[in-house]
Design a protein around this ligand. Structure first.
Ligand code: PEP
Ligand code: MN
Length: 354
């Protein structure tokens, strides 16, 4: 991908790059009041949704074009840059007409290659910075595909936003972080800045601070956070928005850790990790060898590969033993499920006489 630095006029090139503002531009007063408070606290990029994709009809779908002059006013009165979501070619045209500085593509839109291509086509010939949210489903290739479509249209100031992934049964988070997906995106395209959206991951304001810290510890480039002057009465996403004052507190408490290894001590610890990983691999290989022997025995005695009781016993026991060694039981289950799957695969090969 041919990218340029995600440089924005008047915005310092440091971590984290912060974009903040309400989920939606509701009224001129709400937009201006929130923007002024954010600007006072040093926020440089103001976000607000003009067109809101709602899951069901009947919710607040945004003010549309009517709200764009409010964004211009924000820029004029506070000097902040402005950012909004676009989902169609028409949105892009309108947003650019009103001088919006940064565009982002929402999660529902990223999941639709036709819509992304339509946006890419209308972006040709412009050089507006674009951020692409991950698709609602955990599909890294679809996310990369959307980034490529925008990049192929000539947009070189490009970034990604990690906003978590939908699940059927909601647990702690509104959208599961699945951190390994943005981490893999970073591995695949290291020069692409990735910004975390803790508001949409969390779905509730009390989880935002810790998600911001996690994002910084995972070396994300920036944060996009929903902030509203009166969050409880917001017309959309009320439970996840924070006041500009709370946002300021969250940002001031962030610990931005060194990214590069600086001490010999760390090198030594990493060497130890390499050694341990090697012995883990050797131990695993030995375990697989024994499993293959068991496979041969099962074949000779006409037994099935999967012995359910034994499998359940292993999973429960290892989870418990792991916990005794200060590891998470669920983590141990995941590890042993994966090991067991590979053992079964190897035994199946023996059964098939390969
Ligand atoms: C938003 O940023 O307000 C939004 C609608 O987000 P997402 O596309 O991540 O759901
Ligand atoms: Mn929102």
């Amino acid at each position: 991908m041919e990218l340029e630095k995600f440089a924005l006029p008047g915005v310092e090139d440091k971590r984290p790059l912060v974009i903040a503002g309400p989920c939606s531009a509701e009224t001129e007063d709400q937009v201006m009041e929130t923007a002024k408070q954010l600007a006072k606290n040093g926020i440089k990029i103001f976000r607000a949704g003009i067109w809101k994709p709602r899951t069901k009809p009947g919710g607040f779908e945004g003010n549309g074009v009517k709200a764009l002059p409010w964004m211009q006013q924000v820029k004029k009165e506070t000097g902040m840059l402005t950012a909004t979501e676009v989902a169609t070619a028409k949105h892009v045209e309108e947003a650019l007409k009103y001088g919006i500085d940064v565009l982002w593509i929402g999660a529902r839109t990223t999941a639709d290659p036709f819509a992304v291509q339509e946006i890419a086509d209308v972006l040709k010939g412009t050089d507006v910075p674009v951020l692409v949210k991950n698709p609602v489903n955990p599909d890294l290739e679809l996310w990369i595909g959307a980034l490529q479509r925008i990049n192929n249209a000539g947009i070189k100031r490009l970034g990604a936003i990690h906003r978590g992934f939908s699940t059927y049964d909601k647990k702690l988070y509104r959208n599961l972080p699945q951190w390994h997906i943005p981490i893999e995106l970073h591995r695949r395209i290291p020069e692409l800045p990735i910004i975390c959206d803790p508001s949409h991951i969390a779905g509730r304001r009390d989880l935002i601070a810790s998600l911001c810290q996690q994002a910084m510890d995972l070396q994300f480039q920036g944060l996009i956070i929903e902030s509203h002057n009166d969050p409880d009465n917001a017309w959309s996403d009320a439970s996840q928005q924070v006041t500009p004052e709370v946002l300021n507190l969250i940002l001031n408490n962030l610990v931005i850790r060194e990214t590069n290894q600086t001490t010999e001590n760390l090198t030594e610890l990493r060497r130890q990790i390499d050694d341990i990983d090697m012995s883990l691999l050797e131990t695993l290989a030995k375990r697989m060898r024994i499993c293959r022997e068991i496979g041969t025995y099962k074949k000779e005695h006409d037994m099935t590969v999967l012995q359910t009781n034994r499998y359940d016993e292993i999973l429960c026991k290892r989870a418990q033993q792991g916990e005794e060694l200060s590891m998470d039981g669920e983590f141990m289950k995941v590890v042993f499920e994966a090991i067991h799957a590979e053992s079964v695969r190897q035994q199946m090969k023996i059964m098939e006489g390969k």
